[in-house]
Design a protein around this ligand. Sequence first.
Ligand SMILES: CC(C)(COP(=O)(O)OP(=O)(O)OC[C@H]1O[C@@H](n2cnc3c(N)ncnc32)[C@H](O)[C@@H]1OP(=O)(O)O)[C@@H](O)C(=O)NCCC(=O)NCCS
Length: 281
Amino acid sequence: MLDIETQPLDAFWGSLGGPSNDECHLALVDISRPTRHSGLAEGAWRDVLCGAERTRLDAFKSAAAAWEYEASHVALRLILERCLKIPASKIQFRRPGVPFQAPELVDIGSHAIKASLSHSGRFAAIATSRSSAVGADVEPLSRAKDAYEVVHMFLCDEELACLAEMSTGRRMAAALRAWCMKEAVLKAAGAGFQIDPTTIWLNIKHPGVPQLTSIKAPAGDLALSVCSAVVPTRPEALVALAVEPTIRSIQVSCLSLEELVAAASLTRTCWQDRRSAREQG
Ligand SMILES: CC(C)(COP(=O)(O)OP(=O)(O)OC[C@H]1O[C@@H](n2cnc3c(N)ncnc32)[C@H](O)[C@@H]1OP(=O)(O)O)[C@@H](O)C(=O)NCCC(=O)NCCS
């Protein structure tokens, strides 16, 4: 049974740095653009990004899309810094040379960890696990109509029949849930659209309940537990997570980028204080 627990930031941040193997962490980060009144200056944390990320950032034509990319990648790196105890700017990803392949963390030695990033408008979802494949997806609820219009692209015949039995009002919400959960499954498999989403079966009648599914991933068959939820404090977003069945609990926290930056800064100060204390004596 998969236990989903929403935690305040300090408890979440504490367990994120811990060694637990049977839990997974999911941060839902509000990456709204900073306003004049927020404590976070736009661009202030850009220096944690690597050369490839900055090149990609420079290529965006839309300022909103560039910010979404920058903020979500900064958030991913700060979370990984906490998990790996490696400075965010030193974390390296192997970027695949082929389409649809997952970016992979490299040179993380004994601190093996898997991570998944999703970003969409105001939100980034970042999942991490020390033992399991993970896939996260976040979608604004406002995209339900878009998902419903292309259901034939990602639902199998059985799921389409199930959708047809639903009331009109429920269909769009069910389509978005299925979209979000299938994206999470495809990302946990690390293959994106190398896998046809219509080959994945989900019980779309009860999408709020964690369920088991299996997928033929490039590295072999993979069993996954998948769930989706609207977190009450962030009712505009739907988030989905896929993990291996060995994971017993999911720790979820909703935070703003500003809060994440503050928590990371505080942790860095503690590490520096400890290092100076060790050096002095
Ligand atoms: C990875 C994929 C599955 C999801 O991408 P997406 O929904 O567009 O975007 P998300 O924000 O959720 O995820 C993007 C992040 O996933 C990661 N990613 C990319 N390829 C990945 C893969 N094969 N496996 C796991 N993670 C992957 C990257 O960190 C990427 O971030 P970046 O683009 O800023 O570098 C992609 O293959 C895709 O093209 N999706 C299209 C969406 C769609 O039509 N879905 C139909 C419903 S199932």
